[in-house]
Write a protein that binds this ligand. Sequence first.
Ligand code: FAD
Length: 468
Amino acid sequence: MSSYDVAIIGSGPGGYVAAIRCAQLGMKTAIIEKYGTLGGTCLNVGCIPSKSLLDSSHHYEDAVKHFSEHGIDIPGEIKVNLEQMIARKQGVVDQTCAGVKFLMDKNKIEVFEGLGSFKDATHINIKKNDGKIETIAAKNIIIATGSKPSTLPFIKIDKERIITSTEALELKEIPKHMIIIGGGVIGLELGQVYKRLGAEVTVVEYMDRIIPGMDSALSKELMKVMKKQKVKFALSHKVKSVERKGNEIIVKADDKKGQEIVFKGDYCLVSVGRRPYTDSLNAEAAGVKLDHRGRVAVNDHMQTSASNIYAIGDVVRGAMLAHKAEEEGTMVAEILAGQKPHIDYNLIPGVVYTWPEVAAVGKTEEELKEAGIEYKVGQFPMRALGRSRASMDLDGFVKILADKKTDEVLGVHMIGARCADLIAEAVTAMEFRASAEDISRMSHSHPTYAEAVKEAALAATGDRALHV
Ligand code: FAD
C-alpha cells in the first residue's frame, strides 16, 4: 500500500494549492479527484468558464452597441456563434486544467483519479472508474471536496430547461426569456451573459436587494446599471413553484404583499447558493464531524474533530470563493510543516464580474453601523475620471470607509470598470493598516481607473477630492 505524509481529497483551488504548498515544504503528497480533469468547480464549471463567457459576450455587446461610436464600422450583420463561444470557453477550461496537471507533475504530487472515501482516520479508499478500489495511507489528510449547486426543496432541476450554473455554461441555444431565481453573484454574472447575447432576463430575488451580502450602495448601483441594460428585477419575491410544460417554464412567486406573480420563460436558472459537498466521503469512519449546515466542522486551524484531518474551501464555513479556498490550502500546508500562518478573513475580497465589476473588502456601512463604530465616508464617481471617459465606462464609484478618529481604512467598496483588479490595492492598504490619508498621498498613474481610489481617499480625509 502506498503511503504519504499528506493526502488531499479534491483538486479544486483549495486542494491543488494545498498539494503544491505541501510538496514545496518537502511532504510526500497525493491528491485524489473523482473527475477526469483537475481544478474542481472553479476551473471546470465555475470561475474560469463563467469569466470566459462574460468576456466573449462583452466583446459581442461592444461590437453591436459601441464599435460605431468608436469609429469602427463593420459591414454586414454582427451575429453570435454560440457554438464557437462555448467551444472557446471549453478550450480555456481545458488549457487551465492541463496547467494544474502540469503543476502536479512538476511538484511530484501523485494524482489518483477516483472517488475518495475514508476507511479510517489514516486510510482512504479510492474507487476507480472500473470499480476497483485502491487504498492509500496518509499521516495527514485534507478534505477539499468543495460544493455543489443547491436548489429549493420544491424545484426539480431537469438540467435541460430548469438548470443550475453548470448547465448554463453549456447551453445550445440563446434563451428567449431566462428566469433567474436568486440575485447573487452567479445568477447576475450568467444573467448578464445571456442578456448581452439577446435573451430577455428576469431576476427573481427573495431579499429586498441584489448581492445581499455586500454594501447596500453597491446593490443599488449595480441594479440601476443592470436595469439600464434592460435586465428585469423582481425583488422581495418568494418563489413557490417552478413548473415545466413542454418548453415553457412557469415560475410562481408571492410578492411582498402576498400577491401571486407568474413569470413565464423558456429557461429557468436556479442560482440560490451552493451546498457543501461531503457525499460518499464516509466522514464518520474517520471521526470527522459535520456542523448543523452539513459543512465539515473545523477550528481556527482548519482542523476537524479528527486531529490529523483538516478541511478547507467551500466544504467549510466562510465565503465560497476560490481565493479563500487557496489561502486555507496554503495555511494548512504550512501548519503541517510546523509554521504559524494566519488568515485575516476580513481581508478576503468579494468580487462580482458583471460589467461594471463590483468588488469589496472589509466592513460594509451596515456592519459598521451595527457594531457602533464611528466612520467617515469618501466616495468618488468613476465618470469624473479621464480614463472612464476614454473608454466610455462611466458607471460606478469607489467608496472608502475610514475610522472617524484614527482614519484607518475599515472598508472599501467599488463598482466600475476593472474593479475586480482595483480591489487588490485596497486589500494591500488594509493589510498594512493604512489610513485613508496614506492612500491619498500615494501617487496613482494617470489616466487610470485606480485614480478613483486615491480620490475617494482624498474625499474621506477632509473632503479633498480634486476632480469633482
Ligand atoms: P471545488 O472547486 O468545488 O473542488 C472540489 C473538488 O473535489 C471537485 O473537483 C470534486 O469533484 C472533488 N471531490 C469531491 N468529493 C470527492 C471525493 N469524495 N473524492 C474525490 N474527489 C472529490 N469563486 C471566485 O473566487 N471567483 C469567481 O469568479 C467565481 N466564479 C464562480 C462561478 C460559478 C458559476 C461557480 C459555480 C462558482 C464560482 N466561484 C468563484 C466559486 C469557486 O468556484 C469555489 O469557491 C471554489 O471552486 C471552491 O474551491 P474548493 O477547492 O473548495 O472546491
